[in-house]
Design a protein around this ligand. Sequence first.
Ligand code: 13P
Length: 253
Amino acid sequence: MRRLLIAGNWKMHKNKAEASAFAQELKGKISQLSENVDIAICAPFTQLDTLIEALGDEKRVLIGAQNAHYEDAGAFTGEISIPMLKEVGVDLLIIGHSERRQYFGETDETVNLKLKRILKEEDINPILCVGESLEIRESGEENSFVESQIVAAFKDISAEDAKRITVAYEPIWAIGTGKTASSQQAQDMCKVIRQKISDLYSDAVSDEVIIQYGGSVKPANAKELLSMEDIDGALVGGASLKVEDFVGICTAK
Ligand code: 13P
């Protein structure tokens, strides 16, 4: 039985005081969460230590970063490496978010390199983002596009390691637009992703992989999305910035 993983992606939001206030408020609500839900906050690098200090003992809340380089060290001005994040104590790392692909030159190849590097660390697990643009959806090519992202991302990754990858299906047209994919559209693509992972490995592997939906998830639509067979959680942007909304999503199912 797969557990649910609800992860907040704060993107480039919140200063230290705001992160600290969020953590304190969230701490007071953790008892409302059901046992079969894991929750996570993926914060800007400079707020990771604040969250880990505030929530580190709360085994219920995983802390994640939103990007890292695939090299351990070197002349890469402005980058952060996976060993650096390990030292800080992160549990999760988002890789291949569409905003990184769109604005910062992330490619299928760098996504694969980053995944392979993270998987060398036993205690950091990746959230791999995939998803099509509106143009691709309108052309009817969305399934083959997302399948090709999955094939490229999982290249040369063992079955044991593949099980540790959470996949977040985030259609670009639904991110930050208020336009959520219908629960059926989201379910259909999450099923395509699970089938592709089964083709690459086996049903046993694909049954274990957590597949999230992301794109304008809110307390009001979370229950329906999370009730779909192949949707095992959510990657939440805007609605993860307020504790009330985030907890509303975490307790929706
Ligand atoms: P929104 O929930 O703001 O649409 O963002 C989704 C997202 O990109 C999460 O990674």
